[in-house]
Design a protein around this ligand. Structure first.
Ligand code: SF4
Length: 248
């Protein structure tokens, strides 16, 4: 276990390291207790490409919310086969089945925080139990929340979150994709610059902010995986964030 001091020191050192160097450090230190998450959109390709070249057996968590666009599922399927990815699909806990089925069409619109918590945050929390480190692809230029992130972030339960692409920009991502001839999400050219679940994603213009097509007009910019929501294990701790009253 790294001390808080060492984590802060490495985090500062990583400001000038390449993503590949950070991934190599992480794999060297934490494998096999390390995993990464991917949403299989165009901007996810560089990290997926780099990380699986450093560690081909790296578990790749894909959160299957049940609301994904068909094109995302097909893209994930194609890449899994072509790149021999070790994908682990994550699903909502079955104890929520009745609750969600009764609201399947309305929940994303009526209570997106609760919907994201049940479909994304809880499954990821569960999947990461037993792991020491989690590689994520967030960048500082994406949202105001991500702008404050550090390269290494220790979670309350001891899990270390590693963000190798933090200092990359949209231009860096595009350059890496072109240089390495990486595939793009099938809807990218149709304006889906950032792709999430179908009820919460719209196409945007070429010059629009990359994530402006996510939860557009709902005052939400993050699903909760990269906010305080992820560190809360007890649903009742989060009740203020939900419009729906739920008890775990
Ligand atoms: S992105 Fe939308 S549909 Fe997907 S889990 Fe969040 S609120 Fe639900």
């Amino acid at each position: 276990m790294l001390s808080a001091y060492r984590i802060e020191k490495y985090s500062q050192e990583f400001e000038t390291k390449t993503p590949q160097e950070i991934i190599e450090w992480a794999v060297d230190r934490f494998s096999p207790y390390i995993a990464m998450s991917s949403s299989f959109q165009t901007q996810s390709m560089p990290l997926l490409h780099m990380a699986t070249r450093v560690y081909p057996d790296l578990p790749i968590f894909f959160i299957d919310t049940g609301y994904h666009l068909w094109e995302t599922l097909m893209f994930r399927e194609k890449l899994a086969a072509e790149w021999s990815l070790k994908i682990v699909d994550l699903y909502r806990a079955s104890r929520w089945d009745v609750f969600v089925r009764q609201r399947a069409r309305t929940l994303p619109g009526e209570d997106p925080n609760l919907c994201c918590y049940l479909h994304k945050v809880q499954p990821m929390q569960e999947a990461l139990r037993g792991y020491k480190a989690w590689i994520s692809g967030i960048r500082r230029d994406q949202t105001s929340v991500r702008a404050k992130a550090k390269f290494l972030e220790l979670q309350k339960d001891g899990l270390l979150k590693i963000n190798p692409l933090l200092n990359w920009t949209k231009a860096d991502v595009n350059r890496y994709i072109e240089e390495n001839n990486l595939p793009k999400h099938p809807l990218y050219e149709k304006g889906y610059r950032s792709v999430g679940c179908a009820p919460c994603t719209i196409a945007i213009g070429v010059n629009d902010d990359e994530r402006s097509g996510r939860w557009a007009g709902r005052g939400k910019v993050e699903c909760g995986l990269h906010t305080d929501m992820f560190t809360k294990k007890d649903l009742t701790e989060l009740s203020q964030e939900f419009q729906t009253e739920v008890r775990d």
